[in-house]
Design a protein around this ligand. Structure first.
Ligand SMILES: NC(=O)c1ccc[n+]([C@@H]2O[C@H](COP(=O)([O-])OP(=O)(O)OC[C@H]3O[C@@H](n4cnc5c(N)ncnc54)[C@H](O)[C@@H]3O)[C@@H](O)[C@H]2O)c1
Ligand SMILES: O=c1ccn([C@@H]2O[C@H](COP(=O)(O)OP(=O)(O)O[C@H]3O[C@H](CO)[C@@H](O)[C@H](O)[C@H]3O)[C@@H](O)[C@H]2O)c(=O)[nH]1
Length: 326
């Protein structure tokens, strides 16, 4: 039986997809350098290889030894402010390392690839551009977004030149945890709002800062399209199946198409946790667009995707449950 290579499978989203693939009866090989990933979050059934996606020789060997038919590429660095301070880390680990991985795929004839892209490729869309479609101009405003957009360009060009097809998934704000409690967001210094709120509700942080209360939104705070990680994991299975059917390459937004303000998220975490934690109003965080909402029509129409967890309280509940058990 051929296998699926999941890079970054010890990380937050990759581990959810790895569990989903195993549930689906797939043979899974995980390549992860454990820089932010957690060993325990991977499914026991997967083969784990401790290594780097930028290690061309290792990846070539791995693709051949495990008869890899498709790659799902999650590995990378994801902290936007860090990318501003240390851009070359992001161009190396996101862009250059992916170049090596793609090179290994071309050398071994692995022609199916699912890539974790991001809404950060859109930068600061104007109010008229919302919700953003895949045709909204890409204009990243930080090295993180640029490093991912450059990878999308590599994928496009490799598709043109070789027997290679891909699905690039532009995730919006991923949140929540596996409802079965097998994995969740484990990065200790995570900056994501729902993770930070959950930790504050559970007394692991003293207070929560709202970054900016003077945006032109319904309550002055930023609006984001939060997608439950389990719904996102399902998209990856659908993408893989499309590639297996021989369908063409594509880029797809992954979000629900509606959003919540920071204050609405805080209210949900207080409601679900029944803890009235301290909140302070802080200045705007550099580089935050006021509103980011996905137009996910293509995803729904092309893959028949139907979210099963489109509910803020459920997202928050699973995030809290994960935080409590770790
Ligand atoms: N979390 C989000 O909201 C979000 C939003 C948009 C896009 N994404 C993208 O999704 C992907 C996964 O993000 P995540 O939230 O699961 O992050 P994460 O940090 O939890 O997972 C990344 C994983 O990749 C591994 N890794 C990093 N560099 C590696 C390398 N060179 N070789 C091998 N392994 C390496 C890490 O150890 C970790 O296990 C990333 O590519 C990210 O850009 C995430
Ligand atoms: O302690 C906090 C943390 C966040 N926020 C705000 O909450 C919103 C969401 O922030 P965050 O959870 O950090 O997500 P984003 O900055 O929107 O970025 C996420 O979503 C992007 C896609 O939209 C991904 O590319 C990034 O990797 C991922 O971090 C923003 O308005 C933040 O200013 C706060 O007010 N206080």
């Amino acid at each position: 039986m051929s296998s699926i290579l999941v890079t970054g499978g010890a990380g937050y989203i990759g581990s959810h997809v790895a569990h989903e693939l195993v549930d689906d009866g797939r043979q899974v090989v995980i390549l992860d350098n454990l820089s932010t990933g957690v060993r325990e979050n991977m499914p026991d059934e997967a083969t784990f290889v401790h290594g780097d996606v930028g290690d061309y020789e290792l990846v070539v060997r791995l693709l051949a030894e495990h008869d890899v038919a498709a790659v799902m590429h999650f590995a990378g660095n994801i902290v936007v402010p860090e990318s501003v301070e240390n851009p070359l880390k992001y161009y190396r680990n996101n862009t250059a390392a992916t170049r090596e991985l793609l090179s290994a795929c071309v050398a071994t004839g692995v022609g199916q690839f699912v890539f974790s892209s991001t809404a950060a490729v859109y930068g600061m869309p104007s109010a008229e551009e919302l919700p953003v479609t895949e045709e909204t101009p890409t204009a990243p405003i930080n090295p993180y977004g640029a490093s991912k957009l450059m990878t999308e360009w590599m994928l496009r060009d490799v598709d043109h030149a070789h027997d290679f097809r891909y699905v690039a998934l532009r995730y919006f704000n991923v949140a929540g945890a596996d409802p079965k409690g097998r994995t969740g967001q484990s990065t200790p210094q995570a900056t994501h709002l729902i993770k930070v709120c959950s930790q504050t509700a559970l007394g692991m942080r003293d207070e929560l800062s709202i970054f900016g209360t003077d945006y032109e939104t319904r309550d002055g705070t930023c609006i984001r399209d939060y997608i439950h990680v389990t719904d996102l994991a399902r998209v990856h299975i659908l993408a893989l199946e499309a590639l297996e059917r021989g369908e063409e390459s594509r880029v797809l937004n992954c979000g629900y198409g509606h959003g919540y303000t920071v204050r609405e998220v805080i209210d949900a975490v207080k409601r679900v946790s029944e803890v009235d934690f301290d909140v302070v109003e802080a200045p705007r965080r550099a580089g935050d667009p006021p509103e980011l909402i996905a137009d996910s029509t293509k995803l729904r129409e092309q893959f028949g995707w139907q979210p099963a967890h489109d509910d803020l309280d459920e997202i928050v509940r699973t995030a809290l449950e994960w935080e409590e058990q770790t």
